[in-house]
Design a protein around this ligand. Structure first.
Ligand code: ADP
Ligand code: MG
Length: 621
């Protein structure tokens, strides 16, 4: 299906509003046509009035048709009577004047028609914008839901910045075009048709010759439009450049300060600003030049046409009043044709954006629920990784890995950086699915279990802690919005976090700011552990939770982790972690294969890789 038709489907969801918009636009154009159609009458009335004003000294004669009034009684009645008389005296000439003069009635009718046209134009523009805005809400929400559902594999192909630009800029552009530009076209098309019809009907030859002006007008308008568009496109790119520059340098401000690079960064920013200014000035020039150029051109064309009209009138081939109305009608037609001329490029832009949006919507969600996926409640036997291989696309990262973790056991993964430990652990919450082999929970392939219920059973603490710009309480209760403050406090206490939270100015209600900026690494990690306590999932994955910490915070965090592990089935990845030595079983990974497995004592006794790593007081990372 073409993108255009697909885009149309989003609009067609709001059929009723669309019908209102179209019908109102057509009605509005007929009322406009009617108003312009009255102009010959106005011209006629004006010429007559010049004669009739001179004649009408005695306007009172029309007042005689009024019925005789009943006289009110008493002295008050007399006052009322005299007042009435005065009003009548003043009113009669006005009334006569109104009734007699076409040059009053015709403008009144024109005002009335314009009023109707205005009401329907409003209804049309508003209805169509409403359709556009609602369609865009649907589209954006679909896009967001789709993006969030995607697994890691997707985000390796589409960066966050890329997604931001599609969800925000592309959709915004679609909104502008669907709501405003196409709405404008909806207005313009019937106006052009009605007024052209009128023009040809009342002065065929004259209107025909006037059509010569259309291509000249459209061409010139198109030239300017293209220039504005090109420059504004480049300016958009420059502005994106500036955004990412600001983000980058502000995030890295410590580095900037440490290397004394403030001046250098400021200069870099100034240069980017100047590049944008250059494009913006181009836009400004083209935009400022458009109206005067179009006006001069319009005046020239109008002048030529008036001369031509004069010749036609002199030759008696056309009525003077009609030509006047047709010139006016054609002026309106030209302004609308000019608006329509930009429609083509708007639609092209819309299609470009639609294509980028649909590309995301069409991405299959690789890790997703099968129809009729099982819901699990608790774990009984544990899980098994059975002959799993995995690749991110190039070489294999996991190669025929098998391991079984019985319920209640803690298994540790050790091995050099890049050996595949994280990749292996992240198979459990299905952040990716194995390329070959299977992962089973209580004997059921994970792909048969509903993602939501699977992930509800897994707690995860990794090296990176993601905190939201919200209160500490809300951060701990992330994913458990119904948790009360007592439960949150208890989780924080278990995670050894309560002590530092309580001395913060607002305690649990302290807002963390962007990325939890005001907390130390160790404190942030303890918030993450509190989160895991609150979630209280039976399976736990710890992926180097202490490796970013200094020795002092590591101790505090480690105590919290030991408490968290109690009574859970876990996979622990760590270096320098006491927990590893006490794990039920330790697996040594190297280049995606398990080369050694056993308890701490067994592996030390075997005297191979593990023993060597341990002797170095490090299990790699
Ligand atoms: P470990 O946790 O043991 O340090 P990882 O599982 O993170 O190792 O990585 C194993 C291998 O997979 C590494 O060679 C790494 O470069 C690669 N890798 C990890 N994550 C990705 C990813 N998102 N995309 C592509 N390659 C990846
Ligand atoms: Mg890792």
């Amino acid at each position: 299906m073409s993108d255009l038709r697909r885009l149309g489907r989003y609009l067609l969801k709001f059929r009723l509003s669309l019908i209102v918009a179209v019908v109102s636009a057509v009605l509005a154009s007929f009322f406009l046509g009617g108003a312009i159609g009255l102009i010959p009458d106005l011209v006629g009335a004006l010429s007559e009035s010049a004669v009739s004003v001179e004649q009408s000294g005695d306007a009172g004669r029309i007042a005689d048709d009024r019925a005789p009034r009943e006289t009110a009684a008493g002295p008050l009645g007399e006052v009322v009577d005299s007042l009435n008389e005065r009003i009548t005296e003043a009113w009669v000439p006005v009334r006569a004047w109104l009734l007699e003069r076409g040059f009053v009635r015709v403008p009144l009718a024109i005002v009335f028609l314009y009023l109707l046209k205005g009401i329907f134009a409003f209804a049309s523009v508003y209805s169509f914008r409403r359709v556009g805005l609602r369609a865009v809400v649907d589209l954006r929400s679909e896009l967001y839901a789709k993006s969030l559902a995607q697994s890691d594999e997707f985000f390796r192909r589409y960066s966050t910045a890329e997604m931001l630009s599609r969800i925000l800029s592309d959709v915004a552009r679609l909104q502008r075009i669907l709501g405003a530009d196409i709405g404008q076209a909806l207005q313009s098309v019937p106006i052009v048709i009605v007024l052209l019809g009128y023009s040809f009907y009342s002065a065929f030859e004259f209107a025909g010759v006037c059509m010569i002006a259309v291509p000249i007008f459209v061409f010139t308008a198109g030239r300017f439009g293209r220039r504005v568009r090109k420059a504004s496109h480049r300016s958009q790119e420059r502005s994106a450049e500036i955004t990412s520059l600001v983000e980058e340098t502000l995030m890295a401000r410590r580095v900037v300060h440490a290397f004394g690079a403030v001046g250098q960064e400021t200069r870099r920013f100034d240069q980017a600003l100047r590049r944008m200014l250059h494009q913006d000035l181009k836009v400004a020039r083209a935009t400022a030049a458009t109206p005067p150029v179009m006006e001069v051109l319009g005046a020239f064309l109008a002048g030529s046409l008036i001369v031509y009209a004069g010749l036609l009138i002199a030759a008696g081939r056309v009525d003077r009043a009609n030509v006047f109305a047709v010139i006016l009608a054609l002026f309106v037609v030209f302004t609308h044709v000019r608006k329509l001329a930009t429609l083509y490029t708007s639609v092209q832009q819309a299609l470009a954006s639609a294509c980028r949006v649909f590309e995301i919507l069409d991405e299959p969600v690789k890790v997703d629920d099968r129809p009729g996926a099982l819901k699990i409640a608790g774990i009984k036997d544990g899980f098994e990784i059975r002959r799993v291989s995995f690749s991110y696309g190039r070489g294999p990262v996991l190669d025929d890995v098998s391991l079984t973790v019985r319920a209640g056991e803690v298994h540790a993964l050790v091995g050099p950086s890049g050996s595949g430990k994280s990749t292996l652990a992240m198979l459990l919450p299905r952040f990716h699915d194995p390329t070959r082999g299977e992962v089973l929970l209580d004997g059921i392939d994970l792909r048969e279990i509903s993602l939501e219920s699977l992930r509800a059973h897994i707690g995860l603490v990794t090296q990176e802690v993601h905190l939201f710009d919200d209160t500490i309480a809300a951060n701990i209760a992330y994913g458990c919005p119904s948790a009360d403050i007592d439960a949150i406090r208890e989780a924080a206490r278990a995670a050894h976090a309560e002590e530092f939270i309580d001395i913060l100015p607002q305690g649990f209600d302290t807002r963390l700011g962007e990325r939890g900026g005001q907390l130390s690494m160790g404190q942030r990690q303890r918030i993450a552990i509190a989160r895991a306590f609150l979630k209280d999932a039976p399976i736990l994955i710890l992926d180097e939770p202490t490796s970013a910490l200094d020795a002092a915070s590591e101790r505090a965090v480690q105590e919290a982790l030991e408490a968290l592990l109690v009574g859970r089935t876990a996979i622990v990845i760590a270096h320098r972690l006491f927990t590893v030595t006490r794990a039920d079983r330790i697996h040594v990974l190297e280049a995606g294969r398990i080369i050694e497995s056993g308890s701490h004592e067994d592996l030390l006794a075997a005297g191979r890789t593990y023993a060597r790593l341990h002797a170095l007081q490090s299990f790699g990372s």
